[in-house]
Design a protein around this ligand. Structure first.
Ligand code: SAH
Length: 506
């Protein structure tokens, strides 16, 4: 049996990118992950698929007393010889009871490693644009818990000293007692007009910040409806926020966007949107599967030299085509004498990943243009069209007028939408602001799956549709729904540009 070992890992304050490399390394080897409620689901996805994930609902806002249950579990799992990761919000040793857990492991003779994390104070400071120290304003930082009742006789916090502290004060877990904390600080000598900020869900797309003079902070926080978890920063450094608030100044900050592409194609788009500040949700509408019957594909693949042109209309088509080519024992040489046409830049990129340069990329990206430019080139030639099992027949029809065309379905599309997901609920409740619709098929699958409330939310414009092209827009409109923005360049980048125009126009 392996030596029992536990990794106490800081997951960072919320943004899935703010975990350390060492933390990720430990997580990727974990057999058991015992995690706090505040840990982001995207970070948990980095654990092996067969790892046992256990959530301890030990939100520190709710109780501070030790959690014997968690400790027992840690020791039990470690003694079974499992690789255990205890994943904690922020840093494990800052108000995370990581110190107590490590002590217990020490007493039980279990070896451990502590992997630091970005604590809430640092995440809040960076993403609210408030330096914790600054040569002109603050030469120190005090991190304190606000969980203590300042009215308590035997307070662990020396409020007189804290009020005099010549630097930035950061309060964790103080949200429920904001009023009494502020009163105590002012009572003990802190200037009531000192600047302060409360930051809820720091570092996440839904971060919210309220900034005010200390004496007004509780009221302003209440008016804004802020909730826990929040971190309070107090000190003149808060004034720098006017210049340094980069995170909340991003063009799509806090806007809710739904991406409906198949999951494996959604990640680049989601990353781009998140960099612009959007809060993204993924709700795949169409799943990509293998075609039911490979035999027509295999037949075409085994006589590729018979075709003058090979035409791809999607990235999925490219990937499925080459993967099948390899599977039946062929390689790129089978295409030595074949010219390749693609529908647009994303499909061209997919082809380049197989070390091939497309011979034809139409100037505008849609079937009409591809067929026009292609028709001139392929007249009298033999064409192989690799595509999905469903979609518009236009390209085939137009090419078949001038050339001998064989079409093969290299992948199948199946409608598959999770109507029990949070993303679906948000759409139907009218709480999703934008939906990215990237094809006519996706439009049909998406609207077909919406309930009455969801349909109404789109019809009344509470949920707005961003469409990839005039063809997709036409499908959306035929189904009876308005299109709020349409890409000028028919790519996901074009959709983002259209969304930015829409947001800026308001
Ligand atoms: N170990 C954690 C702190 C746990 S105590 C860390 O190092 O960050 C829980 C408190 O942390 C909350 O009450 C809140 O004050 C703060 N906190 C944690 N995550 C936060 C976030 N994303 N935004 C604002 N405050 C957060």
């Amino acid at each position: 049996m392996k030596e029992p070992r536990v990794y106490l890992v800081g997951a960072g304050p919320g943004h899935p990118g703010y975990i350390t490399l060492r933390g990720l390394e430990c997580l990727s080897r974990a057999e058991v992950v015992i995690y706090d409620r505040l840990v982001s689901p995207q970070i948990l996805q980095q654990a092996p698929a067969d790892a046992e994930l256990i959530c301890v609902r030990d939100l520190a806002d709710l109780h501070v007393e030790r959690s014997p249950h968690i400790n027992r579990l840690l020791i039990e799992k470690a003694k079974e010889g499992k690789c255990v990761v205890r994943l904690k919000g922020g840093d494990p040793l800052v108000f995370g009871r990581g110190g107590e857990e490590a002590e217990l492991l020490h007493e039980a003779g279990i070896s451990f490693e502590i992997v630091p994390g970005v604590t809430a104070a640092l995440g809040a400071a960076a993403c609210a644009g408030i330096p914790l120290t600054h040569r002109a304003y603050a030469s120190g930082v005090a991190i304190v818990t606000g969980h203590e009742d300042p009215k308590k006789q035997e307070s662990a916090i020396d409020w007189t000293a804290l009020a005099k502290f010549p630097g930035t004060i950061v309060i964790y877990m103080g949200f429920g007692r904001l009023e009494t904390i502020v009163d105590a600080l002012i009572e003990h000598g802190k200037a009531p007009q000192t600047l302060a900020a409360a930051i809820q869900w720091a570092t996440r797309g839904d971060q919210r910040t309220v900034q005010a003079q200390l004496k007004h902070l509780p009221e302003q926080v209440r008016n804004a409806g802020l909730q826990a978890p929040a971190t309070i920063l107090i000190g003149p450094v808060v004034s720098l926020r006017d210049k340094l608030s980069w995170f909340e100044a991003r063009p799509l900050f806090g806007r809710r966007v739904l991406v409906t592409r198949p999951r494996h194609q959604a990640s680049d788009l989601i990353r781009r949107l998140e960099e612009l500040g959007a809060v993204c949700w993924s709700l795949p509408v169409v799943e990509i599967r293998e075609p039911l019957d490979w035999s027509p594909v295999d037949e075409a693949l085994s006589q590729l030299q018979e075709f003058d042109w090979l035409v791809f209309t999607s990235r999925n088509g490219v990937e499925a085509f080459f993967s099948r080519l390899r599977k039946i024992g062929l390689d790129l040489r089978a295409l030595a004498s074949t010219r390749i046409a693609v529908i647009g830049p994303a499909t061209a990129e997919a082809v380049r990943r197989f070390y091939l340069e497309p011979d034809l990329i139409p100037a505008e990206f849609r079937s009409e243009n591809l067929s026009q430019e292609l028709r001139e080139q392929v007249a009298g030639k033999r064409v192989l069209l690799a595509r999905a099992d469903r979609g518009r027949p236009l390209l085939f029809d137009q090419l078949a007028e001038v050339a001998s065309v064989t079409q093969i379905a290299v992948y199948a599309q199946v409608d598959d939408i999770d109507i029990h997901s949070e993303a679906y609920r948000l759409v139907c409740a009218g709480e999703m602001e934008f939906v990215f619709v990237t094809s006519s098929n996706i439009a049909r699958g998406f609207f077909g799956a919406l309930d009455e409330a969801g349909k109404q939310a789109v019809q009344t414009g509470r949920v707005k549709i961003v469409s990839i092209s005039p063809v997709t827009s036409a499908t959306v409109q035929e189904l009876g729904f308005p299109v709020a923005a349409e890409a000028k360049e028919f790519t996901t980048e074009g959709m983002i540009a259209a969304l930015l125009d829409l947001v800026n126009a308001k």
